[in-house]
Unconditional design. Sequence first.
Length: 134
Amino acid sequence: MKAAQITKYSKDLNVTVKEIATPKPQANEVLIKVSYAAVNPLDLMNIHGSVKLIQDYSMPLTLGNEVVGEITAIGSNVTPFKPGDLVYTRLPLAKIGGFAEYVAVDANAIWYTPTNLSANYETRWPLIKFGGRS
């Protein structure tokens, strides 16, 4: 799958799209096929390394914190979600990576997309709804 990554912290925008392995969901995770990913100031802070005292990521790092997409697989302990469900998330700090075709995320960090909003509009909500969770 394709993913937008950095290989080191830098004040330059040295982000490259690379081919990486599709993640496999663990027992408490779901695999989401990403439809939309939000870009916000936190992504630039991650590129610059401005938050590394709080969260120092190992490299290479797939960027992206908020996504909307469809569940394609679930771990053995996941309920009530199922493949085909449309969900949104603010990815946990320790496991970001929304600028990719797929992302595996703990089922406790997702929720169903509102039926009255478009998918690209929904990418604006995870930081607000899940912003305090990590």
